[in-house]
Design a protein. Structure first.
Length: 140
């Protein structure tokens, strides 16, 4: 009985293979944590760039519509107006072109450039006094 107790409380010799296995396991865990962190960062940055792109698209659409509105104001004050209207908002630009399609009808095309995003809007006017818009659509 004494020998059994002694065996349990005596220092056991360390086995070299267990040390190598533990080091390998720790290396694997560290690499796993780094991989998860990198994947998480890429995922989060991808979501944020998607938001930025959506915000730019919305801004470009709004600027194109503002350009169309300015062209409509030019037509309201001068029914014979044809030509272009340009707007600049910082580094963002917009151009609207008014074309006389005959009589009291007009076609107005607006194009906004926000960064690399381009949005175009085309409207058709069927009457000038008062101005009647027969179609308003975003075009590719």
């Amino acid at each position: 009985m004494n020998t059994i107790i002694q065996k349990h409380f005596m220092d056991q010799p360390a086995c070299g293979n267990n040390q190598k296995g533990f080091s390998l396991l720790m290396l694997f865990l560290v690499l796993l944590v780094v991989a998860v962190a990198v994947i998480g960062f890429l995922f989060i940055s991808g979501i944020q760039s998607g938001k930025s792109s959506a915000a730019l698209e919305k801004s470009a659409k709004g600027i194109a519509n503002a350009c169309i509105e300015m062209a409509l104001s030019s037509i309201k004050y001068n029914n014979a107006f044809t030509g272009t209207v340009n707007l600049v908002f910082g580094s963002d630009t917009c151009t609207a072109t008014v074309i006389n399609t005959g009589g009291a009808t007009r076609s107005v095309t607006g194009q906004a450039n926000v960064g690399t995003i381009v949005r175009k809007v085309t409207i058709s006017i069927s009457s000038l006094n008062p101005i009647v818009i027969s179609s308003w659509q975003e075009t590719p």
